[in-house]
Design a protein around this ligand. Structure first.
Ligand SMILES: [Zn+2]
Length: 152
């Protein structure tokens, strides 16, 4: 099988303990995600034209809200995918971004995102220690916030 062209002309190298083959695999996963997200974000809004008689204004609003939420989420996801792609190009793909991006002062930082985490999500940005630290912080922040009422 021809290797050329697989990564669209970008020279994907082994980096930070990841083999070339592994980096290439994540590159492909990320490119695929990017294409899907871009396609969904550039598609026209579906809900705006809810013409069914069964669809009242409240339903329309709800569908619209749902769609906007999904789009926002996809937009954020696309940002993370793009960031991961840039990190591959820069050769820092599996480098933990905890200290830089989240200003985590974590002595336990591995400096690298584990392969297991990358397998779970190719946009994995944090080592296990920083991830745990961040989750801990979010949890303690949640506690301070009044609990939102989800079911009325
Ligand atoms: Zn870290």
């Amino acid at each position: 099988m021809a290797e050329a062209g697989k990564t669209g002309g970008i020279c994907v190298k082994a980096q930070n303990g990841l083999r070339k083959r592994e980096v290439e695999k994540f590159w492909r996963i990320l490119k695929e995600k990017k294409e899907k997200l871009e396609a969904s974000l550039s598609a026209p809004m579906q809900s705006a034209g809810c013409h069914s008689e069964l669809c009242d204004q409240a339903d329309s609003n709800r569908f619209l809200e749902e769609e906007v939420r999904t789009r926002n989420w996809n937009g954020r996801e696309l940002g993370k995918v793009n960031a991961a792609i840039s990190r591959i190009i820069e050769g820092t793909f599996n480098q933990c971004i905890g200290p830089d991006e989240f200003h985590l002062d974590n002595e336990d930082c591995d400096g690298r995102v584990g392969i297991n985490q990358l397998e779970a999500s190719a946009i994995g940005q944090l080592c296990n220690h920083c991830l745990a630290e961040l989750q801990e912080r979010r949890k303690s922040r949640e506690k301070k916030k009044p609990v939102a009422r989800m079911f009325d």
